[in-house]
Design a protein. Structure first.
Ligand SMILES: Nc1ncnc2c1ncn2[C@@H]1O[C@H](COP(=O)(O)OP(=O)(O)O)[C@@H](O)[C@H]1O
Ligand SMILES: [Mg+2]
Length: 231
């Protein structure tokens, strides 16, 4: 059992209601989830089942209609936008479903950016961004701009960016989509290594092979999150 000090994410009874055609529509219902150091949690589910809505709420980018999230010991509901942004950049590595790189910065500058957004934390570790880009197979593309990269390369750059601040927790929305099998495996291996070193990973994916690295698996269907019973 996880003790409180290793609990990185604690989400209770989350619900998200959208309006569609003037009618309320629940994209997420009564979702609860805990992620502790060492966990590799995988969420599977069809397109439109509410996975991105859940992840966006967990990292503080979207307010829930119901329920609450405690991220790295901080209740998100009590934070200003600036505080939640700093927490997200400093402690959490978020890989959004769309890579979201800034077009006017090079790939390496994009990867380095979270270090500066995370607030003053001393000099940037020498060569870290280059090393992370090499780890995801993009050593030759560091000086390129995002529009010169393929969809899969952009996703790998987003993974490197998420690792920049040595996060306690990675939250990744389909980080292996558009990747060739070897690159997809290397991303899952990087995440697995992080969990063995005391970090944690929460990932949405369609790739069955990543289940081998998972310590817990959930299915998402029509906004409802259900934990799989261990075989
Ligand atoms: N801003 C929004 N307004 C209304 N409906 C939305 C909004 N964002 C997402 N949805 C709907 O909520 C459901 C869940 O979306 P999403 O969380 O993106 O699913 P997934 O990531 O599993 O594909 C979908 O039916 C989607 O159309
Ligand atoms: Mg999605």
């Amino acid at each position: 059992m996880a003790t409180d000090n290793t609990l990185l994410l604690d989400a209770k009874d989350l619900g998200k209601r959208y309006e569609r055609g003037g009618r309320p529509f629940w994209a997420l219902r009564h979702a609860s989830l805990e992620v502790a150091a060492g966990d590799f949690v995988t969420i599977l589910g069809r397109s439109g089942s509410g996975k991105s809505t859940l992840l966006n709420i967990l990292v503080g980018l979207l307010p829930p209609t119901e329920g609450g999230v405690t991220l790295c010991g901080r209740a998100l509901a009590g934070l200003t936008d600036a505080e939640s942004s700093e927490l997200r950049n400093a402690r959490v590595g978020y890989v959004p479903q769309t890579a979201g790189l800034i077009p006017t910065l090079t790939i390496e500058e994009n990867v380095r950016l979270p270090w500066y957004l995370a607030g003053s934390r001393g000099p940037e570790p020498e060569g870290r961004a280059k090393q992370l880009l090499a780890d995801v197979g993009l050593a030759d593309l560091t000086l390129q701009y995002p529009n010169a990269l393929s969809g899969g390369e952009l996703r790998r750059a987003a993974v490197a960016r998420a690792l920049m601040c040595s996060p306690a927790l990675i939250v990744a929305d389909e980080p292996t989509s558009n990747l060739d099998p070897a690159s997809a495996r290397s991303v899952v291996e990087i995440f697995g290594k992080l969990t063995r070193e005391g970090g944690a990973v929460l990932m949405v994916t369609h790739d069955a092979f990543s289940l081998e690295s998972s310590t817990r698996i959930y299915d998402m269907a029509e906004g409802t999150l259900t934990g799989r019973v261990a075989p």
